[in-house]
Design a protein around this ligand. Structure first.
Ligand SMILES: Cc1ncc(COP(=O)(O)O)c(C=O)c1O
Length: 383
C-alpha cells in the first residue's frame, strides 16, 4: 500500500491537477483497488457492465465516419444537449483545443479565467498549436468572470490589437456552479459584442444535477460545449465537442490534424454510451457524499472546510501538518493531494463508508497530533 512517491505538500489542488497528481503520486494498481482515492473523479475504473458493453460494441473505421457506436454516441450527445452535431474525441484537452481553433483564427484571442482549465492546465495548446492568444482575467470568489472585466478585456477593432473572438467559461469550476442568471448575462454580453461562446463543461452534468435543471438549460447561451465522459461518469476515456453541424465539420478537420482521428473507436464510445445510461442519474450520491465529508471534517478545529456545491470539497490545512497528514492517510489506504488547500473529490468508486473512514482518519490524525503535542509540553515540564 506504499506509494512510490509522496504527495506534494505546499500547494493546493484544482481541477487541473489530475495531470500533476499523475506524476507526483503513483501507486501500484492492485493496492489502489483497495484504497479510497479522493484525488480526482478521473480515477474511476470501468465497471464489469461497462467492460461488457465495450467488448460487445459494433465498430467500423471512424475516420471514414462508419463506426456505428461512435455515430450513436455523437448523435446521443448532440440530442442530449440540444446541439446540431457532436464529435467524439480522446480527451477534454483536445475537445477544448478543437473548440478554440475552430472559433478563432491565427492571431485572434479568447477570454477565459485565470484559473480556467483550458487556459492554465492545457499546456498552452491554443498558443502553441493554434497561434491563438489567451486573454485571461481573474475569477471572482464564486468562479464567475465579472461582466465589467469581460467588457474591458474585449479589444477595440484596431490594427494594434488581436481580434477578441471568444468568451470561454467553465462549469463546474473548482466544484462550484455558475448560476443560470450569470451564464445568461455573460453569454448575452459576449454575443452583443460579436464574440462566440464556448463552455468547458467537463463536469456540466454535475452543474445540471446541482441546479436541478435539464442539460440543454445548463448549456443555453453557449455556441459550443465540451463535456467529458471520464470525469465522474466512469468511462476510461472520451469527451464530446458539441456545436452546429458546420462548426463540428470544421472541428473534425482539426481533430484529424491533431492526430485525434481514431479508427475502431466504437469500443471507447460504447463506454461513453454506458456511462450516459447508467452513471448520470447517480451523481447526486457523489454530491451527498461530498456534503457528508465536509460536515464530518468541519468538527476538526485545526482545519477549515468549504461547504461543497458538487463533488469537490476544499479544505484548508495548516502547512506544517500537510506532510504528516498525507503519510498518515496513505497508511490507512486513503489517497489525497494534501496541501494547504486540499481538494477531496467524491466519485462512483467512493462509498459512504469510505467517507466515514476518511473523516475518522482525519479526526484520529488530529487527536493523535494533539496528544503528541501535549506529551511534548509535559516532557519539557515546568521551568
Ligand atoms: C474542467 C476541466 N476541463 C478539461 C479537462 C481536461 O480533460 P482531459 O484530462 O480529458 O484532457 C479537465 C481535466 O481534469 C478539467 O478538469
Amino acid at each position: 500500500m506504499t506509494p512510490t512517491k509522496s504527495l506534494p505538500c505546499g500547494r493546493g489542488l484544482t481541477d487541473g491537477d489530475e495531470e500533476i497528481m499523475k506524476s507526483t503520486d503513483s501507486f501500484n494498481s492492485t493496492d489502489s483497488l483497495k484504497s479510497i482515492d479522493l484525488r480526482s473523479d478521473t480515477v474511476t475504473r470501468p465497471s464489469a457492465g461497462m467492460r461488457a458493453a465495450m467488448a460487445a460494441a459494433e465498430v467500423g473505421d471512424d475516420v471514414m465516419g462508419d463506426d456505428p457506436t461512435v455515430n450513436a454516441l455523437q448523435d446521443r450527445a448532440a440530442a442530449l444537449f440540444n446541439y446540431g452535431s457532436a464529435l467524439f474525441v480522446p480527451s477534454g484537452t483536445q475537445s477544448n483545443l478543437l473548440a478554440l481553433m475552430t472559433h478563432c483564427d491565427r492571431g485572434d484571442e479568447f477570454i477565459a479565467g485565470q484559473e480556467a482549465h483550458l487556459y492554465k492546465y492545457e499546456t498552452g495548446g491554443a498558443a502553441v498549436l493554434g497561434s491563438i492568444q489567451p486573454q485571461p482575467i481573474a475569477h471572482e470568489e464564486d468562479g464567475t468572470l465579472a461582466l465589467g472585466n469581460i467588457l474591458r478585456a474585449i479589444k477595440a477593432d484596431d490594427v494594434h490589437f488581436s481580434r477578441t473572438r471568444l468568451l470561454a467559461l467553465e462549469n463546474t469550476w473548482q466544484g462550484r456552479v455558475l448560476s443560470l442568471d450569470y451564464v445568461a448575462s455573460a453569454t448575452a454580453l459576449a454575443h452583443q459584442k460579436g464574440l462566440s461562446t464556448h463552455l468547458d463543461g467537463a463536469r456540466v452534468v454535475h452543474a445540471a444535477t446541482k441546479l436541478g435543471i435539464s442539460f440543454p438549460a445548463a448549456v443555453h447561451g453557449f455556441d459550443s460545449l465540451s463535456f467529458c465522459l471520464s470525469k465522474g461518469l466512469g468511462a476510461p476515456v472520451g469527451s464530446l465537442l458539441c456545436g452546429t453541424a458546420e462548426f463540428i465539420g470544421r472541428a473534425r478537420r482539426w481533430r484529424k490534424m491533431l492526430g485525434g482521428g481514431m479508427r475502431q473507436a466504437g469500443i471507447l464510445a460504447a463506454a461513453g454510451l454506458y456511462a450516459l445510461d447508467h452513471n448520470v442519474q447517480r451523481l447526486q450520491e457523489d454530491h451527498d457524499n461530498a456534503t457528508r465529508l465536509a460536515s464530518g471534517l468541519a468538527d476538526i478545529t485545526q482545519i477549515t472546510v468549504q461547504q461543497p456545491q458538487t463533488n469537490m470539497v476544499y479544505v484548508q490545512i495548516p502547512e506544517p501538518d500537510c506532510s504528516d497528514l498525507g503519510v498518515f492517510l496513505r497508511q490507512r489506504g486513503i489517497y489525497a493531494g494534501i496541501g494547504p488547500v486540499t481538494r477531496l473529490v467524491t466519485h462512483m468508486d467512493v462509498t459512504t463508508a469510505h467517507i466515514d473512514e476518511t473523516i475518522a482518519a482525519f479526526k484520529d490524525f488530529y487527536s493523535e497530533a494533539f496528544s503528541r503535542k501535549a506529551r511534548r509540553v509535559n516532557q519539557v515540564g515546568p521551568v
